[in-house]
Design a protein around this ligand. Structure first.
Ligand SMILES: CC(C)(COP(=O)(O)OP(=O)(O)OC[C@H]1O[C@@H](n2cnc3c(N)ncnc32)[C@H](O)[C@@H]1OP(=O)(O)O)[C@@H](O)C(=O)NCCC(=O)NCCS
Length: 315
């Protein structure tokens, strides 16, 4: 048995597998288009082969096009004839994880599994997840987080501005670092909490800044929010990813929470994208971030799916 990252010449072999399980999957069309835009690379696609070169398993990681660091595991396939799928998948992921650590990446990439909202009641989805979650755990991804996926499309409402908050652009990145730091306090977002524990308040805020600067959305779209009296209330960061416009990030400073300001911030972001002709606005939030999920529900955003995230550290 061999475990290795692929090279360009392996493309036909890499594309020679398919699944019929109700879980996200890099089919040949998706794989090729992600290869073209730099999200997927041969070096971030690992395979297991038997002594005759037959493909037994495949794992595909995604990265920002300009970075060498694999950021998220997108899909894992194991040939149906393999007797112990869990063991083989765990060994394949383990081999790749070892290489990522040797390359100096301090945290293992998360595994993102995209599911339908009713996955808990779907035996086929549960079966597809069961062996993958077990293999992930054995290879070092023991944490689990459920993110709700939302979308806005043009037939949904666009709220009128209420005037309860005033929005201003702000060219100084340090102003955003400061407000990101304030908003991280008491956040129910798992990523924010883990990054706070790992990097401290200033480090977390700067990593957040760097992450949003890397996204295809424009920096000039970012807004600071103030009360009509001029006090800082939070921020609204409409953004975009490779799939198009996204809500991005919004937050209310701790002392002003519980006044419904989240609705104003989301409303501003929805207005911003809608005015530019967006056909769709995507958004994600943790299931456990109840105030944020309730805000999307109130705004009429549709919960069309779930992203199950398997992580190295539990939140
Ligand atoms: C999520 C967030 C924007 C909600 O803002 P908000 O304006 O306070 O939201 P609401 O006014 O609708 O709050 C609804 C309820 O949740 C409570 N609540 C809001 N945020 C809370 C938090 N972080 N922790 C505990 N309870 C919270 C409010 O007090 C209110 O309770 P009540 O109904 O008993 O009065 C805010 O908590 C925040 O900035 N969090 C950190 C950043 C974040 O998570 N952003 C979203 C990432 S996708």
């Amino acid at each position: 048995m061999f475990f290795r990252p692929t090279v360009e010449a392996d493309l036909d072999l890499v594309l020679s597998c398919s699944i019929d399980e109700p879980v996200s999957w890099a089919d040949p069309e998706r794989y090729r288009s992600m290869l073209d835009n730099g999200g997927y690379r041969p070096a971030h696609t690992w395979i297991a082969q038997d002594a005759d070169g037959r493909l037994l398993a495949r794992a595909v990681w995604w990265a920002f096009p300009e970075s060498d660091r694999p950021l998220a595991l997108d899909c894992v396939w194991v040939a149906p004839e393999v007797p112990d799928r869990i063991a083989l998948a765990a060994r394949l992921l383990g081999a790749a994880h070892e290489a990522f650590r040797a390359a100096g990446w301090d945290e293992l990439p998360e595994w993102h599994l995209f599911l339908a909202p009713g996955w808990r009641d779907d035996p086929a989805a549960l079966a597809a997840l069961e062996w993958r979650i077990e293999a992930a755990g054995r290879s070092g991804l023991k944490g689990r987080l459920e993110r709700l996926r939302y979308e806005w499309t043009p037939e949904l409402p666009v709220p009128e501005p209420s005037g309860r908050l005033v929005f201003r652009t702000e060219p100084d990145d340090e102003a955003f670092v400061e407000v990101f730091q304030r908003v991280a306090e008491g956040s129910l977002d798992d990523d924010t909490r883990r990054n706070l524990a790992r990097l401290g308040a200033d480090g977390e805020a700067r990593e957040t800044l760097a992450g949003y600067l890397r996204m295809p959305g424009e920096r000039a779209w970012w807004l600071l929010a103030y009360t009509p009296e001029g006090g800082p209330a939070g921020f609204a960061l409409p953004s975009a990813n490779q799939g198009g416009p996204v809500v991005g990030y919004l937050g209310v400073v701790p002392e002003l929470r519980g006044r419904g300001y989240a609705d104003e911030l989301l409303g501003e972001i929805t207005r911003f994208h809608a005015a530019r002709g967006a056909e769709r606005i995507g958004a994600d939030t943790d299931r456990d971030n109840r105030p944020m999920a309730a805000c999307f529900d109130r705004a009429g955003y549709r919960n069309f799916g779930v992203r199950l995230v398997l992580t190295e550290t539990a939140g």
